[in-house]
Design a protein. Sequence first.
Lengths: 290, 290
Amino acid sequence: MSQASQTISDRIQQELDNLTRAERQLALSILENYPASGLGPLAALAKGANVSAPTVARMVQKLGYKGYSDFQAELREELRAKVKSPIAKHDTWAEAAPSEHLLNRFTDAVIDNIRLTLGQIDPKAFDEACDLVATQTRHLYIVGGRITHTLAEYFFMHMQVIRADVTHVQSTSNTWPHYLLNAKEGDVFVIFDVRRYENNTLKLAEMARARGAKIILFTDQWRSPVHQLADITLSCRIIAPSAWDSAATTMLLIETMISSVQSLNWDETKERMETLEDMFDQTKLFRKFI
Amino acid sequence: MSQASQTISDRIQQELDNLTRAERQLALSILENYPASGLGPLAALAKGANVSAPTVARMVQKLGYKGYSDFQAELREELRAKVKSPIAKHDTWAEAAPSEHLLNRFTDAVIDNIRLTLGQIDPKAFDEACDLVATQTRHLYIVGGRITHTLAEYFFMHMQVIRADVTHVQSTSNTWPHYLLNAKEGDVFVIFDVRRYENNTLKLAEMARARGAKIILFTDQWRSPVHQLADITLSCRIIAPSAWDSAATTMLLIETMISSVQSLNWDETKERMETLEDMFDQTKLFRKFI
DNA sequence: AACTTCCTGTTATAAAAACAACAAAATGGA
DNA sequence: TCCATTTTGTTGTTTTTATAACAGGAAGTT
């Protein structure tokens, strides 16, 4: 009865706390592409999760099945039931919630934003931007505003690991003119500006431009006035069912850029990261093992 | 493998005419509850269709598979692809770029993260968390670590507008014990902790717990040790083709929570937002029109 | 640091499943 | 009706697959 309305996926998640490390690793791997992986042979599943075969056998028994075959049989039964059900309700993200639930509505909106943003992005321009950011001879300034300063900071934090000569400037602070004193021709400004667009940011961009710096702009679909000064503009759709805009898509682009710049500079980045790890190890701030 | 875009079901139907009586009987039985029956053992399938086992083996070879195992493997592959594609049918996201371009690969990974995260989330728990955060009689503490502090700050910034009594604590700072002095029973801690998990954050959580506070945890799929203390854990998948993890999915959840809390508190939020707007107008920091 | 307890992987065994070879049955044409 | 051909099922072998028993190793405790 209790397990009648419960999917095996639910059951796995519910037991997650009672599982050991290797078992949990396996459990997550099963959920990763559920239910397909669980329908294959035991050995393949074990290999895919990087655990030994007996671990699989032990886990399914822990979950209450007689053995792996029993587990598979129930998986198939579940699959059969799901396909049979009137309309496969696969049009929601959080299947446990109705489609009107905010979780589903919000996710829909964000996926839409991603789709539309990526659809109109120019890969060449994006690659160029990555190249500019990766060039170590250019000093890199990262500029955020009131809301966007967290995004700027996220980008800054990673760039700091990847390369030297990075500066984080907050346009809302009144100290930013000081930073500009050092800016020289060929330096790169990565500027974040979404509505409502900030006057300070625009002024900053103008001055950077006047000094011969390159400007890369992250903005929204309506585009900040800075875009007229920018060499490369990356605009993201930010609409969401909320009183605020969504930064998730911008985040995606930022992270993609981080990844791209990182591989362009990989030799150096690798070294810097290792050094950083060593330093962290010494501080004992972090736990060594997951 | 030659007919990449053709499902196995299509293939069976197409070959239906070239099959013998017993084989056709079997084929129809497979289609009856497709694909579940085909994923079980050969003997069971044969019995279900009232044919002998070798008939099954012969038919799948006739359909072009090396053997029954091969047939099953392709069925699983098909199932895997089908589950993945609510939206991922989109072959490429940035159509102007080849599918191997990082823009497409990274976006694929993030969409996958979103799908899997939402699939595992418990809407009830999420709603509960929103409720806790929205309750104004509880002081709200927001805690971030080394990497997550930008996320924490993003959340904090919005909460500040929505409600009073919000505090942003950085666990990497050594001043956090001071904040805990004021924490009292029933207060709420929203804690961000992704790998590598931070010892300070864990200690902070322990002390918050000791003081009778509620804990809501944003973490990754491996779950920070804090989750054993947390009242509600929201785990996000963070895998990306990068040397770093992706925070895009976490961002999505945070924004959804912001939106939810905002509508729970709408009457007050509205007022606060208007006041804020007025204040901004006076500073002339922002441009009035887009 | 020594001990205990609980995990986890390796090896080995038992079960099961898939397939090949053959024999029986069915079909179709003269 | 008989024969040739195709189809189908039975039996038995080989391979694969799941699990039990064991032992090394990790983590945590005293």
